[in-house]
Write a protein that binds this ligand. Structure first.
Ligand code: PHE
Length: 338
């Protein structure tokens, strides 16, 4: 019996020594130390051994078990370490491989908006933003456009319900600001607006840039000076502006403003249709009726306001022929602005 035990133990130790993977070791453990493993089975033969020899044999079996167990454990630790480093090597990422990064860049509308904010911040304007779903009150009524007034036809409105619209103009923010703040006010408002209109120069969603200044003694001269500075900075130093009479319900008098064409510098070309001028914005002196509706004393204060499309400025500045290019996110187009 002792001899049989010795043989089994030696065979077990030999196969542990030969094993080259942790999986093999697991199989060896089952074969010798498992419930019906060879060493465990010897214990069952104990019944055939004379009583007085049983304690001694039991001790030997336990010693053999311990020896095999120890051998298994130390070999397991060694193999596990080896397998781990082999795996690390095999799965390593070569961080020295050169890659071609796709450079991100700012959208042309973002570039122009940031530049506009810079220009007006330089003239003392702060920046405000407002909701795109706007109440009829701010988008129309407080701007002197009552319900059913024909001037609502100037803007093809998306109605959310009877009282809310997708704002058709950032001018809505004029009313919001004037009902909450007393002059002096100097603020610009960039933001998305919506109109049911769709062709090469109109998109149902576009970006406007609103300006509002309310203070004592504000005149059309202040508006003209402010817009001249803006036009020279956004286009070029030789840019001139001209004011033509126009109509908006919330400004009185109202003007439409043209700039000399930045493509041909006033000589006449395809962009300005040969006239040398391009129309870029609507503006005027804030209608005293609007000041009063918003809670500002029109005897003490006056103001000017203007609004234009950021899209249109970008199109003129970069010679972009179709407004849709600004909203399609075609990488071949966008990459040109990096
Ligand atoms: N809100 C007008 C538009 O969208 C532009 C404008 C703004 C005109 C401010 C006058 C004063 O057409």
């Amino acid at each position: 019996m002792t001899e049989k035990l010795d043989n089994i133990k030696n065979a077990a130790l030999a196969s542990v020594a030969e094993a080259s993977t942790t999986a093999q070791l697991a199989a060896i453990r089952v074969k010798y130390l498992g419930k019906s493993g060879e060493i465990s089975l010897i214990m069952r033969d104990m019944a055939n051994v004379p009583k007085e020899e049983r304690p001694a044999l039991g001790k030997l079996v336990n010693e053999a078990k311990g020896e095999v167990e120890t051998a298994l454990e130390s070999k397991f630790a060694a193999l596990e370490e080896e397998e781990k480093s082999a795996r690390l090597k095999a799965e390593a990422i070569d961080i020295t491989l050169p890659v071609t990064p796709a450079n991100g860049g700012l959208h042309p509308l973002t570039l122009v908006r940031r530049q506009l904010i810079d220009i007006f911040a330089g003239m003392g304007f702060s920046v405000a933003e407002g909701p795109e779903i706007e109440s009829d009150l701010y988008n129309f009524q407080l701007l002197n456009i009552p319900k059913d007034h024909p001037s609502r036809d100037m803007q093809d409105t998306f109605y959310v319900n009877d009282n809310f619209v997708l704002r058709t103009q950032t001018s809505a923010m004029q009313a919001r600001i004037m009902t909450k703040t007393q002059p002096p006010i100097r603020v610009v408002i960039p933001g998305k607006v919506y109109r049911s209109d769709d062709d090469a120069s109109h998109s149902p969603i576009f970006n406007q840039f609103e300006g509002l200044a309310v203070d004592e003694h504000i005149t059309m001269g202040d508006l003209q000076g402010c817009l001249t500075t803006f036009a020279k900075k956004i286009f070029s130093e030789d840019t001139k502006i001209r004011l033509r009479p126009s109509y908006f319900p919330f400004t009185e008098p109202s003007v439409e403003v043209d700039v000399t064409c930045s493509m041909c510098h006033g000589k006449g070309c395809r962009v300005c249709k040969g006239t040398g001028w391009v129309e870029i914005l609507g503006a005027g002196i804030v209608n005293p009726a609007v000041l009063e509706m918003c809670g500002i004393d029109s005897k003490k204060y006056s103001g000017f306001a203007f609004g234009f499309g950021i899209d249109r400025i970008a199109m003129i500045k970069y010679g972009i022929p179709n407004i849709k290019l600004l909203y399609e996110n075609d990488m071949r187009f966008l990459a040109q602005f990096n």
